[in-house]
Design a protein around this ligand. Structure first.
Ligand SMILES: Nc1ncnc2c1ncn2[C@@H]1O[C@H](COP(=O)(O)OP(=O)(O)OP(=O)(O)O)[C@@H](O)[C@H]1O
Length: 585
């Protein structure tokens, strides 16, 4: 149960509301029980009339009417308090669920990329949705039913003992058995419903993937085999659902059986006690049958609540596991730093944790603010890694990365990242309007700035070609941009906030050479007093850079200006010749 301790802070936060809930629950339970002695009293009046102890029928009617009114009144008050009870406990649990979700989400955001590499997105999503929902069952229903059970049991037992102590003892004997049986049943139901959930998410993933990849499925004409895979999965899911229903079907019969046993005990033992004169009147039996029925649900809920708490504990353990992960990359200081953009790598080596691949080996270079560096090299040679290290998406193992002469680990992380405009290799756009995708980099940007950024990225003409222009929605519900358009929207997003450092990771690969030329010309103006690094496979993107470095297998094998590199034999010269040939063909 230790894992749930994490939630105590939320109980503390909502302590006054919970206290009010507690008082309301006690009131609701006390009013709920009052109808039992009133029914007992009514039975007694009728019994007396039948015995001839009371002969005036109008007096009997009058007494019965008063009892009926009292029963209606107390039941209404109890119903009102029960309504308030749910309003307090369940509403508070929803607030706590919201707080916990925000806490988990905020923590996820602080964690570094390494964490996301090690854990699957589906798992992250499950913990923030399914697991938090299970924890809410502890925060809300479990707490509410515990309080109800406790107050109901205490109140009912007081009334029972007051009226017939020995009979009380016999009557409550089956109740712990009921509680235990419901607990075992709830555990079995939970196990099976977890399996049902797993199958459901398998089915969801399968259908989602097949609809997303419908073009591939159709072009390979594999609809029959996908349908048969779906049927197999769907049959398995149906069988698991039937397994669950079988166990669930025991729930109410079990409750009815145990209530029945308690009622039989009341009638048998109570009846004998009446005959032996131990109990004076029949109204006690009537009251006891009602008490037993009132106790059944609270007692059954002990078992149910125990299983809820166990599930919540297991879920909270999974949530805590991630909440306890410390971000590898943290902000070293609060005060912001001014960043000019001089970048220096000093003997930098870097190995990715998860793959153990040493992506950079003893890399050193320097680039001053306002200059452009181009990085060229074969695929997998470490080009993207250099850009990721500048943004501190990973921290290095050996060497030093300096910005304006200061180690980047000592710079304010927020200032560092805000000073960078990064265009990743796979342009990622959100399912939102084009406008919001561009001003993502500067939320307060006005229309003019957005259009200017789009013009500089040579995508403005494409955007105004769409019927909704900048309001065109992208993604699943909207339009799909071509690879080149995506890259250019992503460039507009990076340049709009006018950063000191611009990092372009092979982001012109999907545009034709003419558009590449146009963008490079525009960028030439924008990047005049900025530090720019362009990663590319094309000499055309690199030739105007102040400096070019050639990477191979994580090492710099050549460096210099375009003309210098062309004057020596090596990778760059060969690449140039090859690409020149391709252009001429
Ligand atoms: N996030 C990662 N986790 C583990 N290994 C990685 C990761 N990113 C890259 N690598 C590995 O590091 C090496 C360098 O990759 P990097 O992406 O820097 O190369 P690149 O030169 O940019 O390649 P490309 O031109 O194909 O984009 C590769 O062997 C790659 O498999």
């Amino acid at each position: 149960m230790g894992n749930l301790k994490h939630l105590n802070k939320y109980f503390y936060k909502y302590k006054w509301k919970l206290l009010i809930g507690l008082i309301i629950t006690i009131a609701a339970r006390i009013f709920a029980i009052y109808y039992v002695p009133l029914i007992g009293r009514s039975t007694k009046i009728i019994e007396k009339y039948l015995n001839g102890e009371v002969t005036d029928i109008s007096e009997v009617k009058h007494q019965l009417l008063i009892n009926i009114l009292l029963i209606a009144g107390t039941t209404l008050i109890s119903a009102f308090f029960t309504f308030l009870m749910r309003q307090t406990f369940i509403v508070v649990s929803r607030h706590m669920e919201y707080d916990l979700k925000n806490e988990v989400y905020k923590h996820y955001q602080e964690l570094s990329l390494n964490f996301y590499k090690k854990n699957r997105t589906g798992d992250l999503m499950n913990r923030i949705s399914d697991d938090v929902s299970k924890v809410r069952m502890y925060l809300g229903p479990a707490i509410m039913y515990s309080v109800t059970t406790f107050t109901s049991t205490v109140v009912v037992l007081i009334f029972m003992i007051k009226s017939a102590p020995e009979l009380t003892l016999y009557t409550v004997i089956p109740l712990p058995i009921l509680s235990f049986a419901i607990y075992r049943l709830s555990v079995a139901i939970h196990k099976r419903s977890t399996i049902v959930q797993q199958y459901l998410s398998k089915l969801n993933t399968f259908t989602q993937e097949s609809f997303s990849g419908i073009a591939v499925i159709k072009s390979y004409s594999i609809e029959p085999s996908t349908t048969s895979n779906f049927t197999t999965l769907s049959n398995a899911s149906r069988d698991k659902n039937i397994d669950l229903v079988k166990v669930q079907a025991f729930f109410f019969p079990l409750m009815v059986l145990l209530i029945g046993i308690s009622n039989i005990i009341v009638i048998y033992i109570g009846g004998r006690q009446i005959l032996s004169g131990q109990i004076e009147n029949i109204d006690v039996l009537v009251e006891f049958i009602l008490y037993v029925n009132m106790l059944t649900w609270p007692v059954a809920s002990i078992g149910w609540v125990t299983s809820l708490v166990q599930q919540a504990d297991a879920s909270q353990e999974r949530i805590n596991e991630f909440l306890n992960v410390k971000p590898d990359i943290t902000n070293p200081k609060e005060e912001p730093d001014e960043i000019k953009g001089n970048i220096e790598f000093k003997n930098v080596s870097f190995t990715y944790d998860d793959t153990n691949i040493t992506a950079l080996k003893d890399v050193s270079f320097k680039i001053d603010s306002g200059q452009t560096l181009a990085i060229i090299g074969k695929t997998g040679s470490g080009k993207s890694t250099i850009l990721e290290l500048i943004g501190r998406l990973y921290d290095i193992d050996e060497g030093e990365i300096l910005i304006d002469g200061r180690n980047i680990k000592k710079l304010n992380l927020d200032s560092l990242r805000k000073s960078i405009g990064y265009v990743p290799q796979d342009a990622f756009l959100f399912s939102d309007s084009i406008r919001n995708n561009i001003n993502f980099g500067k939320t307060e940007a006005d229309e003019k700035e957005i259009i200017q950024a789009a013009k500089n990225a040579s995508v403005h003409k494409n955007i105004i070609g769409f019927s909704k222009g900048y309001d065109t929605v992208l993604g699943e519900r909207g339009i799909t941009l071509s690879g080149g358009q995506k890259q250019r929207v992503s460039i507009a997003r990076a340049i709009i906030h006018d950063p000191e450092i611009l990092l372009f990771d092979d982001c012109l690969s999907a545009v034709d050479t003419e558009t590449e030329e146009e963008i490079l010309n525009n960028l030439f103006e924008i990047t005049k007093n900025k530090t720019t690094i362009i990663v590319s496979h094309r000499v055309s993107s690199a030739k105007n850079a102040d400096k070019i470095i050639i990477l191979e297998d994580g090492k710099i094998i050549q460096e210099g200006s375009h003309s210098k590199l062309l004057s020596q034999s090596g990778y760059y010269k060969e690449l140039y010749a090859k690409q020149l040939n391709e252009k001429e063909m």
